[in-house]
Design a protein around this ligand. Structure first.
Ligand code: CP
Ligand code: NVA
Length: 308
């Protein structure tokens, strides 16, 4: 039996076996290298994707709409003020109605339980376009970018610096599934969710595979990849003052990267704020952030082409 993903939801990378992630990375590369073939074949002709966005987006929205157009399908943007989502109508009713009309639903939400409810009731595949817990589409683009730049995933040493957030959780799961090592440096109050740490501890190939510390220098030691993200995720704006105080010392700057491997690459899912990384690093010669952003298109195309 080959890889079968048609009709399946993607709410977190936990939904995918390692072989399925491998398959999606290879499909992403095929799409990237041979896009005209897909544009000609129009594999999603007649298919519609409903895209619910409770939060803002540049990369996720543009990559998904572009991929749907290139694959021959149609994408329907449903912003937070456009539909009845949980305001005038229950979430489950909205999910059922959408599922009667569209081929799949993509949703960017606050609570992860929202995408779970959509998936439970829609009867069509639901793709998580970011929730408070996970960002699986970003995770796929990130590991594609690592593989392209370092030539492998196995035993790649990743340092995550900053907030133990949705993107961090996703890379932790990706590391367990694809054999990378991860050293996570966060302030004490912003460590990754305990359930994800437990998942890593239970499934790691060795106790060193995914390690959490509160020392950013220890996390960066010998890293081949340094990753950070905004300290203030969407929806956390009220915590800005307190978070900025607690994240002092966690900025990726020249002093910190001195501790990394010589040819390290720097990654950030974007959008970026100044407090988590200095200009000389994000626009410097080690940075691959715009390759990473471009890979959002190729990876979402692979996901859409295989689940719809
Ligand atoms: N990285 C990412 O998801 O970007 P957007 O918020 O612009 O979609
Ligand atoms: N952690 C960030 C990622 C943005 C793409 C957020 O949730 O806002």
């Amino acid at each position: 039996m080959g890889i079968q993903m048609k009709g399946r939801s993607l709410l977190t990378l936990l939904d995918l076996e390692s072989e399925e992630i491998r398959f999606l990375l290879d499909e992403s590369k095929a799409f990237k290298q041979n896009k005209s073939k897909y544009i000609q074949a129009q594999p999603l002709k007649g298919k519609t994707l409903g895209m619910i966005f409770q939060k803002r987006s540049t990369r996720t929205r543009v990559s998904t709409e572009t991929a749907m157009a290139e694959l021959g399908g149609h994408a329907l943007f449903l912003g937070k003020d456009d539909i009845q989502l949980g305001v005038n109508e229950s979430l489950s009713d909205t999910a059922i109605v959408l599922g009667r009309m569209v081929s799949a639903v993509l949703a960017r939400v606050y609570a992860h339980s929202t995408v779970e409810t959509l998936a439970k009731h829609a009867g069509v595949p639901v793709i998580n376009a970011l929730s408070d817990q996970y960002h699986p589409l970003q995770g796929l683009a990130d590991i594609l970018t690592i593989e392209e730049h370092l030539g492998r995933l196995k035993n790649v040493k990743i340092a995550w610096i900053g907030d133990g957030n949705n993107v961090c959780h996703t890379l932790m799961i990706a590391s367990i599934k694809m054999g990378m090592k991860m050293q996570i440096g966060t302030p004490v109050d912003y460590m990754p969710d305990i359930s994800i740490i437990d998942y890593c501890n239970t499934n790691a190939s060795s106790p060193e595979q995914v390690v959490v510390t509160n020392d950013p220098i220890a996390a960066v030691e010998d890293a081949e990849v340094i990753v950070t993200d905004t300290f203030i995720s969407m929806g956390q704006e009220a915590e800005t003052k307190e978070k900025l105080r607690k994240f002092e010392g966690f900025q990726v700057n020249q002093e910190l990267v001195e501790h990394a491997a010589k040819n390290y690459i720097f990654m950030h899912c974007l959008p970026r704020h100044k407090e988590e990384v200095t200009d000389d690093i994000i626009y410097g010669s080690h940075s691959v952030v715009f390759d990473e952003a471009e890979n959002r298109l190729h990876t979402v195309a692979a996901v859409l082409n295989n689940v719809i």
